[in-house]
Write a protein that binds this ligand. Structure first.
Ligand code: ADE
Length: 282
């Protein structure tokens, strides 16, 4: 679709996947197996059309949820989406709340992160054969694409869903949840949410020059809140199941908003930022 500065259509990757199983929503889906220099993505890519817009769905943890957060091949996931032509990636993520105002059941259009992960591959620029050359020192402010975030916000407002239009997520390594002392510390640091997957996904999407934004679905109060039950898997799954349709609705509407935009020059800005962040290319 790249017609110089104007993109005739957007090709939108959706990471998360749950909530997009409404029959008839995804017109003529085709399964596509993609391999990358960084290994295999979590699952096949599901290519199709959502209300006239070409889209690609990828289950972050695999369709059988076989990969825990620290074992997800985030590099392969982002590379594969880029490889099939995605210009944008919209993601869903289940999160705990670190702030009384961020209530379970509500949505959040995340605008920043604190990285508490370790050992995850968080750059494409590590001299992997078939990968890009050089060393990439990419600015992380802003971490998320403002245009994609706006599209999600506009969609959530139009639906009148309970939604916070900003919020900092603390991404922990997992797979365990935080201790109470950690949860209290994350609050002191200014975190509003806690999850296990936004880092390095957002970092790699930005390195790939993609327009990336995420809609968080608040499922619990983690374990800092003495007046609330501490987080457990069954509660997270129940809250996610109850509310995932809201996140999917917002993404589907945001796709229409993004596709209706004719000036996609911000995508060139994303690419220029990456190009200007690379040292030692030879
Ligand atoms: N995902 C959903 N709730 C969470 C929590 N409390 N901590 C980390 N990840 C989560």
């Amino acid at each position: 679709c790249d017609l110089g500065h104007i993109y005739a259509c957007a090709n939108i990757g959706i990471i998360g996947g749950s909530g997009f199983d409404e029959p008839g929503l995804f017109e003529n889906p085709v399964e596509r197996v993609v391999t990358t220099p960084f290994g295999n993505p979590s699952d096949v890519l599901l290519e199709g059309v959502i209300k006239g817009v070409p889209c690609v769905i990828l289950a972050r943890h695999g369709r059988k949820h076989q990969y825990q957060p620290s074992d997800v091949n985030y590099r392969a996931n982002i590379w594969a989406l880029k490889e099939v032509g995605c210009t944008h990636v919209l993601a869903t993520t289940a999160t705990g709340s670190l702030h009384e105002n961020y209530e379970p059941g509500s949505l959040v259009i995340i605008d920043d992160f604190i990285d508490r992960t370790w050992g995850r591959k968080c750059t494409f620029y590590d001299r992997t054969e078939g990968g890009p050359m050089g060393v990439c020192h990419l600015p992380m402010s802003p971490a998320f694409c403002a245009v994609a975030r706006n599209a999600l916000s506009t969609a959530a407002r139009a639906r009148k869903y309970s939604c916070h239009h900003s919020g900092t997520v603390v991404t922990i390594q997992g797979p365990r949840f935080s201790s109470r002392a950690e949860s209290l510390m994350h609050r002191q640091w200014g975190g509003h949410l806690v999850n296990m997957t936004t880092v390095p996904e957002v970092v790699l999407a930005k390195e790939a020059g993609l327009s990336y934004a995420a809609v968080a679905l608040v499922t619990d109060y983690d374990c800092w809140n003495e007046n609330e039950k501490s987080v457990c898997v069954s509660d997270v799954l129940e809250a996610f199941g109850k509310n995932v349709k809201k996140a999917a609705d917002v993404i589907i509407d945001a796709i229409q908003i993004i596709a209706a935009t004719t000036d996609h020059s911000y995508l060139d800005s994303h690419k220029e930022l990456v190009a200007s962040s690379i040292m030692l290319k030879e």
